[in-house]
Every structure is written in structure tokens, then in C-alpha cells.
Design a binder for this molecule. Structure first.
Ligand SMILES: CC(=O)N[C@@H]([C@@H](O)[C@H](O)[C@H](O)CO)[C@@H](O)CC(=O)C(=O)O
Length: 303
């Protein structure tokens, strides 16, 4: 194949970007953050994605966060993926070049999401330009239609990328998955991105998953991963239901989806590592709502 499989396996945490109370980045905690992931058996990260508020921090901050993750992860983490998507090709190329030269193992990008690519042809044109900037570092596509509104066929994207992007490395999915896994599971990193149903993806042949809850529930999620790799889907299903139940509690308190501010507050509560608030428009969670969430989590024995 002409593609470039980064061979990433297991859990990939989508790390939060730690912030001070005033909203400035607080990257001094990243050494401790890396140790905390390693203790849970989580050896890979997906920096500046949705959970990392990559689109809410500015370009300089994104570069700093990427550099610090790469420094802090040296010799401890296995695969550092840096997400560089923006709404304009020039910023995305600049971020991609920066992350690759800083030592990222994989570059991932969202499609532009204001003027969106309407066809696979233009999406592949766009990705080819980004891939061109990073020599032989694998480029991964960040497929998350619920956020971007870009919902093109991923199996066809791979077919086209195979011809035009020699360093195409895979896809991070938050949508249709089975056809891609069946056909390309051995050749690319096809990373699943819905923590509440990831066991089903492992059953389809998925070998790696990106998730926000792997930051603080790595041990439980590694049990699910290992059970699936050993074919023990019964046990995996039971553990998966636990994860789905706790994510359900978090989502019940939000209008739509799992809010990063709530997720950051829970990370702080569970691990003791201070994540701070989220950037506006998410902002901080009130003490009151956090108390209610924690009460509800106690009822299901989360802690
Ligand atoms: C939309 C979203 O934030 N999805 C999360 C999930 O981990 C998600 O928080 C979890 O499945 C709960 O719904 C990850 O896929 C995030 C992710 O890949 C990223 O932060 O870039």
C-alpha cells in the first residue's frame, strides 16, 4: 500500500488543555499529567482536539501546547498525535509544519468547517496540501460530523487518499465505521471516538480509540480493550455499560453532548490534577451543578 500506518494501538487520551482560573494556559502540569496517564496504562495522546479545546485557543497557544506535550511525553508516551485543523488552509499548514518539526508522531486535521468541502474531491485536495507540508509524518483525518457538519463517505475518502496522499495515516472516527474497518483495518490507524460504545468498534477490528474519558478512566477502559482483544465480549459488554452509564449522567446535565467544562471538572475531582475552567463559550461549571453531578455519580458507584 502507498499509505502510512502509524501503528498506534490501544487507548489514546484526548487530553484537556489545563488552564489557570483566568483562562491562561497552565502547561506546567503536563509532566504530572503524562505520569498520570502512564499510571493508567494510557500511552498515547491526541493533542488540541475537541477535548483539548484546540479550536478555542489561539495559534500560538496551540503550538506551545503541542511542544510541551511532546517534551513531557518524551520516553514515556508512545504516540503523540497533534490536531491542526482550522478554517483556513494556511494556518493549518503552518500548524502542521510546526508540529511535525517539533516531533509529533502523527498530524491530524479537521476539515475546514465554515466553508465546508462539499465533495470528496475537494476534501482530498485540501488534505493533500496539508500532507505535503509534513514529509513522511502520517496525516490522519479527524472525522467528527456532529461538530463540523462535514459528513462524507470515509471508505471512499480512503480509496482516493490511497492514490493521492502517500503519507495518509488513518482516520479518527466519530461516525460510520464498519466498512472502513473491514477493508482497511490492517493498513491504517482507524481510531474510534465514542467512548460509550467503543467495545462494539473493537469487535469490528478496531485497534485504537481516542477518548476524553481515557484521561481519568484509563484503567476501566483498558479492561474493556483487553477483554475485547481476548474475545471476551461478554465481560467487555458489562464494563462498557458502566462507562455508558456514567457518561449518561454527565450528558443528562448538558443540553447536547458531554461538555468539556464538566469533563474538566470531573478530571480534576478524580485525579487531583488541576484542569481549571474551559475557554468561552464553554466557560466554567458552577459549583452547584458539579455537586449535583457528583451526587448522581455516587448513586451509580462511579467513584
Ligand atoms: C465529541 C467528543 O468530545 N468526543 C470525545 C469522546 O471522548 C466523548 O467525550 C465521549 O464519547 C463522551 O460522549 C472524543 O472523541 C474527543 C476527541 O477525539 C477529541 O477531543 O478530539
Amino acid at each position: 500500500t502507498s499509505m502510512k500506518n502509524p501503528n498506534v494501538k490501544g487507548l489514546i487520551a484526548a487530553p484537556f488543555t489545563p488552564m489557570k482560573e483566568n483562562g491562561d494556559l497552565n502547561l506546567s502540569v503536563l509532566n504530572d499529567y503524562v505520569d498520570l496517564l502512564v499510571k493508567q496504562g494510557v500511552y498515547n495522546v491526541y493533542v488540541n482536539g475537541t477535548t483539548g479545546e484546540g479550536l478555542s485557543i489561539n495559534k500560538e497557544e496551540r503550538k506551545l501546547a503541542a511542544e510541551k506535550w511532546i517534551q513531557a511525553g518524551k520516553g514515556k508516551l508512545r504516540c503523540i498525535i497533534v490536531q491542526v485543523g482550522t478554517c483556513n488552509l494556511s494556518d493549518t499548514k503552518d500548524l502542521a509544519k510546526h508540529a511535525a518539526s517539533a516531533g509529533a508522531d502523527v498530524i491530524a486535521t479537521l476539515p475546514p468547517f465554515f466553508f465546508v468541502p462539499k465533495t470528496l474531491d475537494v476534501l482530498v485536495d485540501y488534505l493533500a496540501e496539508v500532507a505535503n507540508q509534513i514529509a513522511d509524518v502520517p496525516l490522519m483525518y479527524y472525522h467528527i460530523p456532529e461538530m463540523t457538519g462535514v459528513n462524507l463517505d470515509m471508505e471512499k475518502l480512503i480509496q482516493m487518499a490511497e492514490k493521492r496522499i502517500p503519507n495518509f495515516g488513518g482516520i479518527k472516527f466519530s461516525s460510520e465505521f464498519g466498512r472502513c474497518c473491514a477493508k482497511y483495518g490492517d493498513q491504517l490507524a482507524l481510531c474510534y471516538g465514542k467512548d460509550e460504545q467503543v467495545a462494539a468498534a473493537y469487535m469490528l477490528g478496531c485497534k485504537a480509540a481516542v477518548g476524553s474519558t481515557y484521561n481519568y478512566c484509563g484503567i476501566l477502559n483498558n479492561k474493556i480493550y483487553n477483554a475485547c482483544m481476548n474475545g471476551d465480549y461478554n465481560a467487555a459488554g458489562k464494563l462498557q455499560n458502566k462507562v455508558a452509564q456514567f457518561i449518561g449522567v454527565l450528558i443528562d446535565h448538558e443540553m447536547a453532548g458531554l461538555d468539556v467544562a464538566v469533563n474538566k471538572a470531573l478530571m480534576t475531582k478524580v485525579t487531583g490534577l488541576e484542569m481549571g475552567p474551559a475557554r468561552l463559550p464553554l466557560g466554567a461549571v458552577s459549583k452547584k451543578s458539579m455537586e449535583i453531578i457528583i451526587e448522581d455519580l455516587k448513586k451509580i458507584d462511579f467513584f
